[in-house]
Design a binder for this molecule. Structure first.
Ligand code: C5P
Length: 308
């Protein structure tokens, strides 16, 4: 890394959103330890905001968070994905960072909704603007992929298919307006732990993850009843095996009128597809009798966006 000072462009804010996986098919672990995925991501309306401004030499992080977010679980040192994003982008641009970065969180921590990844994607975009980086989108996507498997999707947003370890992202046709009820858990689940449990439960998993053909047709048609049938998550069984109460929660949401409930990504957040905004309110009101935090999110929403 060289010591050149960056040409700072002033304060930049970027918003980025949570993801869910409408289809998450997992293959047997690769030699590098990652699992091959065939997934369909969807960005939903739970929002993070990352703001960068010029500061003293180095990278300093600060945090504010919605009531339902466990702010104490977010490290504010150089292990935070936002600090890693700043270091990686500065190295790529050959500059020394001198920035204060504020993260405002509304996505549950370690919830299976890529909240940290959204922060990483937002920070990359904000710092790229702040430093007038001049990189091509594909160059930024390559840095995003090094930060985490689902960081590239946070830049693309909407509805997209992810392959490789999830980092190769292609937008797909989505004509729907979707309503999701989102129920976070008080305590997060470790993504690597859920993948390890998948390996233990399914030692004979195929190396090839299943393709999402029916799901892509349902999303293209904008049909929530078809989508409900096609939703698929290979990490649901290991997540429920680690947290049996998630299975009960899914049954309760479906009994309350959701078209389908499922674990989001590696969990423990559970998501419920509703037929309309009104139906989502009915399901949410019912689940609020037993769960402290029940959110409603519309989808799809865009990828990380600079706020002007
Ligand atoms: O890429 P990311 O840092 O988000 O991955 C976190 C962890 O999740 C990895 O270290 C790995 O244990 C697991 N993972 C996996 N296969 C993937 C994505 C993530 O095993 N495709």
């Amino acid at each position: 890394m060289s010591g050149q000072q960056a040409p700072a462009r002033g304060e930049v804010s970027v918003e980025a959103f949570a993801k869910i996986n409408l289809h998450l098919a997992v293959g047997a672990a690769r030699p590098d330890g990652f699992h091959p995925l065939d997934t369909v991501y969807q960005a939903i309306g739970l929002r993070e905001q990352v703001t960068v401004r010029a500061g003293a030499p180095g990278v300093r992080l600060s945090l504010s968070a919605a009531d339902h977010v466990d702010a104490g679980a977010v490290p504010l040192d150089d292990t935070n994905i936002v600090a890693r994003a700043a270091t990686a982008l500065a190295a790529r641009l050959g500059i020394s960072p001198a920035v204060d970065i504020h993260i405002d969180k509304a996505i549950p921590v370690a919830g299976g909704m890529a909240g940290g990844s959204a922060d990483g994607g937002a920070a990359l975009l904000a710092l790229h603007e702040h430093w007038a980086g001049g990189l091509l989108p594909a160059e930024l996507a390559a840095i995003a992929a090094d930060l985490g498997s689902d960081v590239p999707f946070t830049l693309v947003g909407a509805t997209a298919r992810g392959t490789g370890r999830g980092e190769i992202v292609e937008p797909v046709r989505d004509t729907g307006e979707w309503w999701w009820v989102v129920v976070p858990s008080a305590e997060g689940l470790s993504t690597p732990a859920v993948y390890r449990h998948f390996d233990a439960m399914f030692p004979d998993a195929s190396p090839e993850p299943a393709a999402p053909d029916a799901l892509l047709a349902a999303v293209a048609a904008g049909d929530p009843h078809a989508l409900a049938v096609a939703l698929h998550n290979d990490l649901q069984a290991p997540a429920i095996d680690l947290r049996p109460e998630l299975g009960e929660l899914i049954a309760r949401g479906e009994a309350a009128g959701a078209l389908r409930g499922m674990v989001s990504g590696s969990g423990p957040t559970c998501i419920f597809l509703a037929a309309s905004a009104d139906e989502a309110r009915v399901v949410a009101d019912s689940l609020r009798s037993t769960h402290a935090t029940v959110l409603i999110a519309r989808a799809p929403v865009p990828g990380a966006t600079v706020l002007r």
